[in-house]
Design a protein. Structure first.
Lengths: 388, 305
C-alpha cells in the first residue's frame, strides 16, 4: 500500500512529479530535433498570374522532395509552407503575416514586385528573412535589411538588352510600350535610358493601363513612329494581345521583351506571329548548366510540356537549396532557428552553388548578378542566340 | 499567434470604420455610391505624404487625411446629388476611377510602384497591442458619434429625407444639405481609416483601392444590417474574420480561392433577397431599397401628393 501525504498525494507520486514535469521538455526537445525545418513560400496560385505561380510551385516542390530524398538537413526534413498571394499586395500582407505569426517560419520566399514591396516592412519588423525570387523592380534593393533577392533585378537585363540590340542586331530606333505597373514602369525606364546611352533613339514611349484588351490606338502610334524594334514591358496576357494586334495590322517589326514573355503558350497563341521575338532570361540555358536538360525532361515526363516562364522556375527551384544551406549553417552553429540567424547565415555563406542557376553571390546591396541570355523564337520554339 | 490576431483585430477595426462610413451614405442616406475606396485612399496617401514630406506630426497628418477625404467628397456630392440612383452610381464610379488613375500616374504618390517608407505610428515590441488599442478606441468614438448623430433630431431628419424627399422638402428642409453632409461624414471616416492603415502597414499602392473593394464594403453593410449603428460593425468583424477562418481549413487552393471569391457576392445576393434587414438590423432596411429597385416608402404605398 502506498502511504499518502496530508494532501492525499503518494510519496511515489511526489518522487515521480519532477520526472513528469520534465517530460514535455525532454519530449519537446527530442521532437524539435526531428520536426521539419519549415520555410514559407508566397506566390500567386489563383488569379491571372497563377499561370506562372503554379509552375513555380511545382519547381519548389520538386526541389524540396530532392533535398529530402538526399537526407534532408542533418536528418531533418525540409518543408515548404505554400500560400497564395494572388499577386495582390493586400492579400500578400495577410498571408505573409500568417506565415510569420502562425506558422512561425524564420524565412520565406516570394515574388511579384508589388507584393514584395508590400510585405517587406513586415519582414523587417518581424526580423524574418525574405528572399525575393522573381520580382525585378530595381527598388527591391532598398527595401530593408531583411529583404534579399536571389533574382537579378531589371537593371541587369534591361541594361544588357539595349546594348545587344544596338551592337548585334543593328537596331537604331526603338518604340517602348509598357504597362502602367511597377514592373512595366521600372523596366521601361531602364531600357529607354540604356538604349539612348548605346546611341539609339527612342521614337515612342507609351504606357497603357493594366487589364486593357484593345491596343489598336497604341499599335497605330507604333506604326506612325516607324521604329526598327518595339520593346514591350508588360504583364502576362498583354504581351500576346499587343503582338497579335500588331501582326493583324501588318506590322512585322522586331519585338523584344523580358522574361514574362518567356512563355510557350505565347508562341502557341501567336503562331507564326511569334517568330523572331527576342526575350531576355537571367537563368542559364542548357548550354551553360548541365542540369537544365534533365529538368526540362522532368517537366516533359510529368506534364508533357515546358514550364511557363522557364527562367523564373529555375530560380524558384533553387530557392529551397538556398534555404537548406541557411538552415544547415544555423544548425551547425547550434543557434536557434530564427530569422536573425538565417540572415546571419546568408551573410556568412554569401555564395551559393545551385543546381539550375549556377553560382549566385549576394552583393552588399542585397542583389545578385548574372549574365543575361537572349532567346529568340525560331521555328516555333525559344532558342538561345546570345549572352552578355 | 497573438501578433496575427492583433493584426486581424486592426484590420477588423479599420473595416468597421470603413463600413460604418459607407453605411452613413448607403444605409442612412439611401445614396448608392461606389467611391468609398477612393476616400480611403485619399486619407491614406494624404497622411503618409504629409508626415513623410513635410514632417507633419502623425496625429495631425491623420486628421488632415480624414479632412481632405471629407472635402474631396464634395467632388462627388455637389455635382451629382441633384440626381440619385443610377446616375449617382455612374458619377461615383467615374470619380473613383479618375482619382485612382491620378494616384497611379503621379510621382508624388509613388505612382504604380506604390508608396513605401511611410512612417510607423508606433514602434517597439508592443506595437501591435498599442495600435489595436488606438484603432478600437477611435472605432468606439466614431460609433458613438454616429449613434449620437442618427438617434437625435438630425437622425429623424435623415430618415424623413430618405423615405420621402419631396415631402421632406415641402417642410422647408434642405435635402441636398443632408446628403452632402452624410457623404462628407462617411468619406471623412473612410479617410481616417486609410490614414490609420498607412501608418501601420507602411506601404500603399493604387491596386489596394480598386473599385471592387466597394463590393466588400457593401457586403459588410448588407450582411450586418444597413441603417443601423451595430449592423456594419458586426458585419465588418464577421467578414474580416470569415475569409481568414476559411484559410485555416487548409482546403486545396483550387477550392479555397473560388470559395473566398464567391463568398462576398453570394452573401450580398442572398441577404438582399432573403434578409434585406441584415443579421442585426431588426426591421430597418434603410437605403437598401435603392439596391432592391424599390421606390420610396410613400410610392410603395401607392400615393403621390
Amino acid at each position: 500500500m502506498t502511504r499518502k501525504s496530508d494532501f492525499g498525494i503518494s510519496r511515489r507520486g511526489i518522487l515521480a512529479a519532477p520526472l513528469v514535469l520534465a517530460m514535455p521538455n525532454v519530449v519537446g526537445r527530442a521532437f524539435a530535433q526531428t520536426e521539419p525545418l519549415r520555410f514559407g513560400v508566397a506566390d500567386p496560385l489563383t488569379g491571372p498570374s497563377a499561370i506562372f505561380g503554379l509552375d513555380q510551385m511545382q519547381a519548389v516542390r520538386w526541389a524540396v522532395e530532392d533535398i529530402n530524398a538526399a537526407g534532408g538537413i542533418h536528418g531533418r526534413k525540409l518543408e515548404a509552407i505554400i500560400v497564395d498571394h494572388q499577386a495582390k499586395p493586400d492579400v500578400g500582407i495577410a498571408v505573409v503575416t500568417r506565415l510569420i505569426q502562425v506558422d512561425k517560419v524564420p524565412a520565406f520566399i516570394t515574388a511579384f514586385s508589388n507584393v514584395v514591396k508590400a510585405v517587406a516592412p513586415i519582414a523587417n519588423r518581424e526580423k524574418t528573412l525574405m528572399l525575393s525570387v522573381g520580382a525585378n523592380s530595381p527598388d527591391i534593393k532598398n527595401l530593408g535589411e531583411y529583404v534579399y533577392t536571389t533574382f537579378p533585378l531589371a537593371d541587369v537585363d534591361m541594361k544588357a538588352l539595349p546594348a545587344y540590340l544596338y551592337k548585334t542586331q543593328n537596331k537604331r530606333r526603338a518604340a517602348v510600350l509598357y504597362v502602367n505597373h511597377e514592373t512595366g514602369i521600372e523596366g521601361a525606364k531602364v531600357f529607354t535610358e540604356y538604349f539612348k546611352k548605346a546611341g539609339g533613339e527612342v521614337v515612342l514611349n507609351e504606357s497603357y493601363e493594366e487589364q486593357r484588351s484593345d491596343f489598336t490606338g497604341l499599335v497605330l502610334k507604333v506604326r506612325a513612329a516607324n521604329p526598327d524594334v518595339v520593346h514591350i514591358h508588360s504583364v502576362v496576357s498583354d504581351f500576346t494581345a499587343i503582338v497579335a494586334q500588331m501582326r493583324q495590322l501588318g506590322l512585322t517589326v522586331q519585338v523584344t521583351s523580358f522574361q514574362t514573355a518567356f512563355n510557350p503558350k505565347m508562341i502557341q497563341e501567336l503562331g507564326k506571329g511569334a517568330e523572331g521575338i527576342i526575350v531576355t532570361a537571367m537563368a542559364p540555358s542548357a548550354e551553360d548548366n548541365k542540369n537544365v536538360p534533365g529538368y526540362l525532361e522532368r517537366w516533359k515526363k510529368a506534364h508533357n510540356r515546358e514550364p511557363v516562364g522557364l527562367p523564373y522556375t529555375q530560380y524558384f527551384h533553387d530557392a529551397p537549396y538556398v534555404m537548406a544551406a541557411l538552415f544547415k549553417r544555423v544548425l551547425d552553429q547550434k543557434l536557434p532557428v530564427t530569422g536573425e540567424n538565417m540572415r546571419k547565415a546568408l551573410l556568412e555563406i554569401k555564395s551559393f552553388d545551385l543546381p539550375l542557376t549556377n553560382t549566385i553571390t549576394f552583393n552588399a546591396d542585397h542583389t545578385v548578378d548574372a549574365p543575361t541570355y537572349f532567346w529568340q523564337v525560331k521555328d516555333g520554339r525559344f532558342q538561345v542566340i546570345g549572352k552578355l | 499567434m497573438t501578433e496575427f490576431f492583433l493584426t486581424m483585430a486592426i484590420l477588423a477595426g479599420l473595416n468597421v470604420l470603413l463600413a460604418s462610413g459607407f453605411n452613413m451614405i448607403l444605409g442612412y442616406g439611401g445614396l448608392v455610391s461606389v467611391a468609398q475606396p477612393v476616400f480611403y485612399a485619399i486619407g491614406a496617401y494624404t497622411s503618409a505624404l504629409l508626415s513623410m514630406k513635410l514632417g507633419v506630426p502623425l496625429p495631425l497628418a491623420m486628421l488632415a487625411g480624414a479632412a481632405l477625404a471629407a472635402i474631396a467628397s464634395f467632388g462627388v456630392s455637389l455635382p451629382s446629388l441633384r440626381v440619385s440612383g443610377d446616375y449617382l452610381v455612374i458619377a461615383s464610379m467615374g470619380f473613383q476611377l479618375g482619382i485612382v488613375h491620378v494616384i497611379n500616374n503621379i510621382e508624388l504618390t509613388g505612382a504604380a510602384s506604390g508608396l513605401s517608407g511611410i512612417l510607423s505610428a508606433v514602434e517597439g515590441p508592443g506595437r501591435s497591442w498599442i495600435y489595436a488599442a488606438i484603432v478600437w478606441t477611435i472605432c468606439a468614438v466614431v460609433i458613438l458619434g454616429i449613434r449620437w448623430l442618427v438617434t437625435g433630431p438630425y437622425g429623424r431628419a435623415i430618415t424623413a429625407m430618405r423615405n420621402d424627399e419631396e415631402a421632406f422638402a415641402s417642410l422647408g428642409r434642405d435635402a441636398m444639405r443632408i446628403k452632402v453632409t452624410l457623404f462628407a461624414v462617411g468619406s471623412g471616416i473612410a479617410g481616417l481609416a486609410g490614414a490609420l492603415y498607412g501608418h501601420y502597414f507602411l506601404f500603399l499602392t493604387p491596386d489596394q483601392f480598386g473599385i471592387f473593394s466597394s463590393a466588400t464594403l457593401l457586403t459588410m453593410v448588407v450582411v450586418g444590417g444597413a441603417a443601423t449603428v451595430r449592423g456594419p460593425v458586426l458585419g465588418a468583424i464577421l467578414l474580416t474574420v470569415l475569409p481568414e477562418a476559411i484559410r485555416f481549413l487548409q482546403l486545396p487552393v483550387s477550392i479555397m480561392a473560388p470559395l473566398q471569391g464567391v463568398l462576398f457576392s453570394a452573401l450580398v445576393i442572398l441577404f438582399i433577397f432573403l434578409k434585406p434587414e441584415g443579421l442585426f438590423g431588426g426591421t430597418a432596411v434603410g437605403g437598401l431599397e435603392a439596391w432592391q429597385g424599390r421606390g420610396t416608402a410613400r410610392s410603395k404605398a401607392g400615393g403621390r401628393v
